[in-house]
Design a binder for this molecule. Structure first.
Ligand code: COA
Length: 135
């Protein structure tokens, strides 16, 4: 079965919490209990859901400033589905939909280890960025 990609596609909290736990194994407080459905409807421009048959295999959240800047957050692909282009395609859908919404910039930040994914595969240009861990 081919993987399907849906902008603002249907999902439930349990399946995204499970995917998030697999993608980001370091647990944070209240991990696994996030109300993703409420959160993305409240704050996001949209999100992309990837399914292989019925199973959720990928998800990315697209947040924005309401006008021109969009950011991708929590790009995640289920372990067995990795290395097949699912992550790259999730980002491509996010990029096209942000452009369709009138955004002129798509941002992401990531660690050195993910340069091959975001720069080489997804097409982001390298830039300087800053980050502060808040208490
Ligand atoms: C990063 C992630 C979303 C990539 O998804 P994916 O579907 O495996 O990615 P793709 O198959 O589209 O990868 C395309 C290319 O990107 C690079 N790439 C993919 N995952 C990578 C990783 N984890 N580290 C470094 N490079 C990676 C590879 O060059 C790959 O090409 P190849 O398969 O020919 O070697 C997935 O590994 C994941 O969910 N990781 C855990 C969560 C995470 O770190 N998310 C990003 C937070 S900023």
């Amino acid at each position: 079965v081919a993987v399907t990609y849906e902008w603002r596609g249907h999902f439930n909290d349990l399946e995204v919490n499970q995917l998030h736990g697999q993608a980001f194994p370091i647990q944070v407080p209240h991990e696994g209990e996030r109300n993703w459905v409420d959160l993305v409807h409240k704050y996001s421009l949209g999100w992309v859901v990837a399914r292989d048959d019925a199973a959720l295999v990928g998800f990315v959240n697209v947040i924005w400033d309401g006008l021109t800047h969009a950011w991708i957050q929590d790009t995640m692909v289920a372990q067995p589905a990795r290395g097949r282009g699912v992550g790259t395609h999730l980002v491509e859908v996010a990029r096209n939909q942000a452009a369709a919404a009138g955004c002129t910039w798509l941002h992401v930040d990531f660690g050195e280890d993910l340069k091959r994914f975001y720069i080489d595969s997804c097409g982001f240009a390298p830039t300087s960025a800053g980050l502060i861990a808040l208490p």
